[in-house]
Write a protein that binds this ligand. Structure first.
Ligand SMILES: Nc1ncnc2c1ncn2[C@@H]1O[C@H](COP(=O)(O)OP(=O)(O)O)[C@@H](O)[C@H]1O
Ligand SMILES: CC(=O)N[C@@H](CCC(=O)OP(=O)(O)O)C(=O)O
Length: 256
């Protein structure tokens, strides 16, 4: 979400949810901002199956842009409403532990460098912040048990954290109206999917949607009641998605 006014309405929504008695946790991305910075530095941007090919040099930029600039902006927007947000990274207090992963392209494992797959979540610090009335804002950077820093897709990090927190909902924002059936030939949104139906669709999904839908699937299979993919370009999408009886976009549940 690069648009400044959308970031502001997103921050407003998160605070509204908090005021309504919910306890939101924000996991942010920043892929476009990372790519823009890599470009300024003359470094290559390449994705495989929706995941950024991450060299040691790229990792430095990912960490700087996510845990620095993007997170600071988001924390600033939320804290315009009061002293709510506290920024942290998955590296802090061993919140996210990862192992190196490959990307699967045409049935083959492709080396994508320092990209992590989360194998352990320690939600203690996030819970402490929630208990103290704060809104944790987490960047998807993880550590390996070996001390290596890994770049984790934000949707997958949010899903793992939602499961570890026993969250009731996972809300993933994107730049389309939801999961389209038969994309790119149609823009008909699939409004509801069960976990099994989604499992069947996953192999046919194109890269951008893949981590989002993988994240929704593992969330509902891990006990999260509902996972939503919502259009982040629509002002107040988060508020409507969580508070309205029927959410816009695509909703995934464990069963019908
Ligand atoms: N089935 C699908 N339905 C909707 N969008 C899809 C689908 N398959 C691929 N996409 C693409 O995925 C993109 C969203 O992924 P991405 O750009 O990685 O999102 P973000 O930057 O929001 O994390 C959409 O803009 C669209 O181009
Ligand atoms: C491994 C991997 O791809 N990590 C992502 C992390 C940020 C992210 O997920 O940002 P969006 O939500 O904006 O896509 C990246 O480097 O772009």
């Amino acid at each position: 979400m690069v648009d400044e006014s959308l970031q502001r309405t997103f921050a407003q929504d998160v605070v509204e949810l908090w005021r309504a008695g919910l306890r939101p946790v924000v996991v942010h991305g920043g892929g476009p901002q990372i790519s823009a910075m890599l470009d300024r530095l003359g470094l290559e941007t390449r994705f495989e199956a929706g995941l950024r090919v991450t060299t040691a040099e790229t990792m430095d930029v990912v960490r700087m842009v996510l845990s620095g600039r993007v997170q600071r902006e988001l924390v600033g927007h939320i804290n315009a409403h009061g002293p709510f947000a506290v920024g942290m990274t998955g590296e802090d207090a061993h919140t996210l532990t990862a192992v190196r992963r490959s990307a699967w392209v045409a049935g083959r494992a492709v080396d994508i460098g320092l990209v992590g797959d989360i194998v352990e979540v320690n939600p203690g610090m996030v819970r402490t912040l929630l208990e103290r009335g704060h809104i944790p804002v987490v960047s998807p950077v993880a550590r390996g048990a070996d001390g290596q820093v890994y770049n984790v897709n934000a949707d997958l990090a949010a899903s793992a954290l939602a499961v570890a927190l026993d969250a009731a909902r996972l809300v993933i924002l994107t730049d389309v109206a939801g999961l389209y059936a038969n994309w790119p030939h149609s823009t008909e949104v699939i409004e509801h999917l069960t976990a099994d139906a989604l499992d069947g669709l996953l192999p046919g999904l194109a890269s951008g949607m893949l981590p989002k839908m993988e994240g929704c699937l593992s969330a509902v299979r891990g006990g999260v009641r509902r996972a939503h993919v919502l259009d982040g370009r629509v002002p107040h999408a988060v508020l409507r998605g969580v508070l309205d009886e029927v959410s816009p976009g695509t909703t995934v549940t464990a069963s019908a």
